[in-house]
Design a protein around this ligand. Structure first.
Ligand SMILES: Nc1ncnc2c1ncn2[C@@H]1O[C@H](COP(=O)(O)OP(=O)(O)O)[C@@H](O)[C@H]1O
Ligand SMILES: [Mg+2]
Length: 199
């Protein structure tokens, strides 16, 4: 299986781009989706989170309140490290399982913290979505309604745009509209089909 790792800062457009590749029939394995699955009641990470943070991180229905958790860990670095140490190995394991089941000519693995959690020897190629910081913050505010302090601590916790670009095999600029993005994805798709046939 030819594997393309897709990364970019928060709200750069990773999930959107993933959907566009899915429209081309490509299997998308999204670390964020897996991160949501493994904290569901009964799943591996759930009990550890409740034991560590207490019932206050739960919603009334018993599910982990992810917004609350995000607020805690982005105000406290040690808590963030704790949560990452719990979740990352579990996410990685599930991603490997899902790529083995994938049936398309290549697959896209959406990994938000790909550069932060280098190396990924199993990936054939790295696609970075690049967006200027103002557009990123604007889209993030519209999507998540976070306050400025949380936004800045999230951005500070991520690698710089330059560092991401330095590790990219391909760069997808996402500063235009969704049509422009879809066209750019189609071009990349043609290349990836070619690379996957050659390997
Ligand atoms: N080219 C674009 N034009 C307008 N809105 C966009 C564009 N790309 C992404 N968005 C919007 O920006 C937000 C962040 O995109 P998303 O794909 O969720 O980012 P990520 O998965 O990287 O966090 C979403 O609300 C999405 O609909
Ligand atoms: Mg996303």
């Amino acid at each position: 299986m030819y594997r393309v790792g897709l990364t970019g800062g928060i709200a750069s457009g990773k999930s959107t781009v993933g959907q566009l590749f899915a429209q081309q029939g490509i299997a998308i394995i999204d670390a964020d989706v897996i991160a949501r699955e493994i904290v569901l009641p009964g799943q591996k990470a759930y009990e550890a989170i409740v034991l560590h943070f207490g019932d206050t991180v739960l919603e009334k229905n018993g599910h982990v309140d992810r917004a609350k958790l995000k607020n805690i860990v982005f105000k406290n670095e040690v808590e963030r490290w704790w949560l990452e140490a719990l979740l990352h190995p579990l996410i990685r394991q599930k991603m490997i399982e899902k790529t083995l089941e994938a049936k398309s000519p290549y697959c896209i693995e959406v990994i938000p913290l790909l550069i932060e959690t280098f190396p990924y020897p199993e990936l054939n190629r790295i696609l970075v979505i690049d967006v200027d910081v103002d557009t990123q913050i604007k889209r993030l505010k519209e999507r998540d309604h976070l306050d400025d302090r949380i936004i800045h601590s999230i951005l500070d916790a991520q690698v710089s745009r330059a560092e991401r670009l330095a590790n990219a095999d391909d760069v997808l600029k996402n500063e235009g509209d969704l049509n422009a993005l879809a066209e750019a994805v189609k071009k990349l798709h043609v290349n990836y089909l070619r690379y996957s046939r050659a390997c």
